[in-house]
Design a protein around this ligand. Structure first.
Ligand code: KIV
Length: 272
């Protein structure tokens, strides 16, 4: 590839510079074709551990493994050329100690060649974030509703609606920033808390269910494309992929059964 046609991939500096400017556009992807399709439109692609629910049919992200994240991360990196690619650290891969986190984060970075990892960061995780950043691993933090904590919380619940919870989310975000995280995903919090975090932090806040008062937005791509019957309140549907798949497959089934498919155009004939 010549220097002229080479596509420049976004770096951690491009993401940091977006603070207070045009909102960062972020979406998830788990495979190469979808990553290639969304690449030109987005700033950040997250290989989220939501892959467990969206692709593997799990009922939460708790069963997602390191091998799953590495495999999907590699696929996305083959499809995405310009977006900044972040891979989620799955439950159980970083909470034990900073050393455990570094072993797993470095494996993700070496085997996928992604640009950063994301971890769901309670206040305790500040030490881990610092340990990773000092050793060359860029970290995106994730505060507020933390899906990997579903078993402690007893379900997916919005955060920061009481004074105690509010203080906790602010502490989590400050701890991540102080430890060197380059951005923070803020999930499932009320607008005024999102606004306060965005104003107080010097790193970009990326909201999901956290209002427009963030420095960027992220959604699960399949949710916004309309693949599922049910989506959380904060999702806006931009497509009807479920309807498209269902009507296309219905037509295919009809045509196979009536022998209308394959037709002449799809059939090989003898060479004359
Ligand atoms: O796993 C995921 O997809 C996430 C979100 C922020 C969308 O963490």
């Amino acid at each position: 590839m010549s220097a002229q046609t080479q596509i420049r991939r976004k770096t951690v500096r491009d993401i940091a510079k977006a603070k207070g400017g045009t909102p960062l556009v972020c979406l998830t992807a788990y495979d190469a074709p979808r990553a290639a399709l969304i690449d030109e439109h987005v700033d950040v692609i997250l290989v989220g551990d939501s892959v467990g629910m969206v692709v593997h049919g799990l009922d939460s992200t708790v069963g997602v493994t390191m091998d799953m994240m590495v495999l999907h991360g590699q696929a996305v990196m083959r499809g995405a050329k310009q977006a900044f690619v972040v891979v989620d650290m799955p439950f159980g891969s970083y909470e034990g100690s900073p050393v455990q986190a570094f072993e797993n984060a470095s494996r993700i970075m070496m085997e996928t060649r992604c640009q950063a990892v994301k971890l769901e960061s309670g206040v305790y995780a500040g030490e881990t974030v610092r340990y990773l950043v000092e050793r060359g691993v860029p970290v995106m933090a994730h505060v507020g509703l933390r899906p990997q904590a579903i078993n402690v919380d007893g379900g997916f619940k919005a955060k920061g609606r009481t004074d105690t919870e509010r203080e906790r989310v602010i502490k989590e975000a400050r701890a991540a920033e102080d430890a060197g995280a380059f951005a923070v995903v803020v999930e499932g919090v009320a607008e005024d808390l999102a606004a306060e975090l965005t104003q107080e932090l010097s790193i970009p806040t990326i909201g999901i269910g956290a209002s427009a008062k963030c420095d960027g937005q992220i959604l699960v791509t399949e949710d916004m494309l309309g693949l599922f019957e049910w989506t959380p309140k904060f999702v806006r549907r931009y497509g009807n992929v479920k309807g498209e798949i269902s009507s296309s497959v219905e037509k295919y089934a009809e045509e196979v059964r009536s022998r209308a498919f394959p037709g002449e155009a799809e059939t090989y004939s003898l060479k004359s």
